[in-house]
Design a protein around this ligand. Structure first.
Ligand SMILES: Nc1nc2c(ncn2[C@@H]2O[C@H](COP(=O)(O)OP(=O)(O)OP(=O)(O)O)[C@@H](O)[C@H]2O)c(=O)[nH]1
Ligand SMILES: [Mg+2]
Length: 630
């Protein structure tokens, strides 16, 4: 069990820890000289047949309240120390507020220096403490009166601590290793040692850790858990890690150590906000206590929620508690709970976004997973989710296995959706394409935007399943063939051989028109209809190519690309190989670029390979950028 002291300066915190453990936690020369704690102190009380009690002694002076805040996250129990002669004082209140907000699970009040006062003052001070706690999270907490000087009451406190230690629930086992660093120092022969309270998971000698936010990685070469040499430290223990390969300055208080897996890291976080004092009405600069770090941030409020934007990335997890200070007065102005450790940059105030935050606020990983799947838009980014909750890989698998889900790729990330919902999206698109076919029998099929394709991934999935076919920029049902009117069909039978006879240089519209004894304008209109039906490709305003001709021209580009050893080919090389002549070469190459067969970079072109998993278009020009796709 980890126990932290709290309370006003000089009320006897350090003396109490010494009386319990025999250790003096005021080690700094300046602390000795001034008779005052400045930084955190650490001491242990061995218990027979169990883990020792680990004490974190905090300074009471108002100037060092940031050190206090760094010391009390991740503890199991707070000892709020109040001197009987003074009673509650300003930092008693401030520390209590911090403990309430940072989520200390339990609090025990300790009334010290009772040797200095008369018995009726002890009773009065008890009443003052009860009144102080009333209405807060620790209302009704027990007060133990004692004197660290005479030893009176110490046994009662010790016995109570042992009792509480036995009832402390084990920490959740389903999160990965994480520890905010509260001290880092060099030990001769060991190198850099970083200490902290293990918040979640476990860490072993030999494993790799990351130092966040910087991202340095190091191997654990030495380890202590609750000060004893050990092979492993687990959540709820004080831990010291000797980190191989790191040097002074590589790790500092405020950094976070995590295992080697992916962890949330972002210059902005979205929080649920609890206003306590002088908070900016809408936006403003604030001070933030986050883990053991002290940072400046820009606060933007959105009702119950707020965004904190930092100058550098921070690593948080969903559910992390933080404190907000007024940057001028340093007074506690608010508290927060992290809801999204990696929010998208834009759209923070959108109603959908706030509803989304609302749906997962205060929820466990399991609950939030369901809430996201059942909410809008009903999809969960798997990597975001696992990082936000710092889940081990098996946990996400467990969540997935317990539900009937469909997985798909969205903006390069694996996303999950309830299978029934996903199938409904697929069926809706399939039907929309069918309806479109019915309304446009002479056309290949709709562009995705014309049928309101909800997600690119829906169309891709249907294509992969063979339920839709991609034709250039269009979609069609596998069975759909565009039909021409009988007149157009008859005309096509005459026109197709003429187009074919021209090879790579089919006749232009005004050359073809006299051969077919037609007005060029009417012929152009007919060829447009044929293009819509996928019979020809419109390469330029007056030039239509048969699909097999396009295939040959693409083959030529592929051959030149293959010969270029990865550099790409020039238009002149294509002209020489195709013998198309300068102007037509440019027209053809521009068509190939625009249709997505080739990609132009400066004067050179390469064959596109990034969309190879997609079916190469055979009919119809691909006029949209395939990267944006459907
Ligand atoms: N008579 C009496 N004096 C005490 C008792 N406990 C602490 N003191 C004295 O009170 C003074 C302050 O004690 P500390 O333990 O340093 O107080 P602290 O709360 O750690 O102070 P900061 O760390 O600076 O906030 C010291 O001179 C102690 O000897 C007690 O139970 N009885
Ligand atoms: Mg002290």
């Amino acid at each position: 069990m980890i126990v932290a002291t709290a309370g006003h300066v000089d009320h006897g915190k350090t003396t109490l820890v010494r009386a319990l453990t025999g250790e003096d936690t005021d080690r700094l020369p300046e602390e000795k000289r001034r008779g005052l704690s400045i930084d955190l102190g650490f001491a242990y009380l061995p218990l027979a047949g169990g883990a020792p009690l680990a004490f974190i002694d905090v300074p009471g002076h108002e100037r060092y309240v940031r050190n206090m805040a760094a010391g009390v996250h991740g503890i199991d129990l707070a000892l709020l120390v109040v001197a009987a002669d003074d009673g509650p004082m300003p930092q008693t209140r401030e520390h209590l507020a911090i403990l309430e907000r940072l989520g200390a699970p339990q609090l025990l009040a300790v009334l010290t220096k009772v040797d200095r006062v008369a018995p009726d003052r002890v009773a009065a001070a008890r009443a003052e403490i009860d009144a102080l706690l009333a209405g807060g999270r620790f209302a009704g907490a027990e007060t133990i009166a004692l004197s660290a000087q005479s030893g009176e009451g110490l046994d009662a406190l010790r016995a109570r601590l042992v009792e509480i230690a036995q009832s402390v629930p084990p920490r959740a086992a389903n999160r990965r290793f994480r520890m905010h660093v509260d001290r880092a120092f060099i030990v001769d022969g060991q190198g850099l040692v970083a200490t902290g309270t293990v918040l979640s998971g476990a860490i072993d000698i030999g494993s790799e850790v990351q130092v966040l936010p910087g991202g340095l990685r190091a191997r654990v070469r030495g380890l202590r858990a609750n000060r004893a040499e050990a092979a492993r430290a687990i959540a709820g223990q004080r831990c010291a890690l000797a980190l191989h390969g790191l040097d002074r300055g590589d790790v500092e208080r405020g950094d976070t150590l995590v295992d080697s897996g992916e962890a949330a890291l972002s210059p902005r976080i979205d929080i649920e906000l609890e206003p306590l004092g002088a908070l900016p009405a809408r936006t403003g600069t604030v001070g933030v206590h986050l883990g053991t770090a002290q940072l400046a941030a820009r606060l933007s409020r959105f009702g119950r929620f707020a965004r904190l934007a930092f100058a550098h990335p921070v690593s948080t997890c969903k559910g992390d508690r933080l404190l907000i200070r007024d940057p001028g007065s340093h007074r506690l102005a608010g508290a927060g709970t992290v809801i999204d450790p990696m929010p998208p940059e834009r759209g923070a105030a959108r109603p959908q976004r706030l509803a989304w935050l609302e749906s997962i606020a205060g929820k466990s990983a399991d609950e939030a997973f369901d809430a996201l799947l059942d909410g809008e838009p009903g999809q969960v980014d798997a990597r975001w989710f696992a990082s936000s909750y710092h889940l081990p890989p098996g946990e996400l698998q467990r969540l997935e296995a317990a539900r009937d889900l469909a997985a798909f790729t969205l903006r390069g990330e694996r996303n999950l959706m309830r299978a029934a919902r996903w199938e409904a999206l697929c069926a809706r698109l399939e039907h929309a394409v069918g309806d479109w076919h019915a309304a446009h029998v002479d056309a290949i099929g709709p562009r995705p935007a014309e049928v309101g394709a909800p997600l690119a991934a829906v169309a891709s999935s249907l294509i992969a399943q063979g339920r839709l076919v991609r034709e250039g920029a269009c979609l069609r049902l596998p069975g759909h063939r565009p039909v021409l009117s009988p007149q157009d069909e008859a005309l096509w039978r005459r026109a197709a051989p003429l187009l074919a006879s021209g090879g790579a240089r089919p006749p232009r519209v005004h050359e073809l028109a006299p051969q077919l004894e037609m007005e060029p304008k009417l012929l152009a209109e007919f060829l447009q209809r044929a293009a819509r039906a996928g019979r020809v490709h419109r390469v330029a305003a007056n030039r239509f190519f048969l699909p097999e001709t396009i295939d040959r021209l693409v083959g030529l580009a592929a051959a030149l690309d293959a010969d270029s050893a990865g550099r790409g080919f020039a238009a002149a090389a294509y002209r020489d190989r195709s013998e198309l002549g300068r102007n037509l070469t440019i027209e053809v190459l521009e068509y190939l670029d625009q249709a997505g067969y080739t990609r132009r970079a400066g004067q050179l072109r390469r064959l596109r390979t990034d969309s190879q998993e997609e079916k190469r278009p055979r009919w119809g020009a691909r006029t949209s950028n395939p990267e944006r796709g459907v």
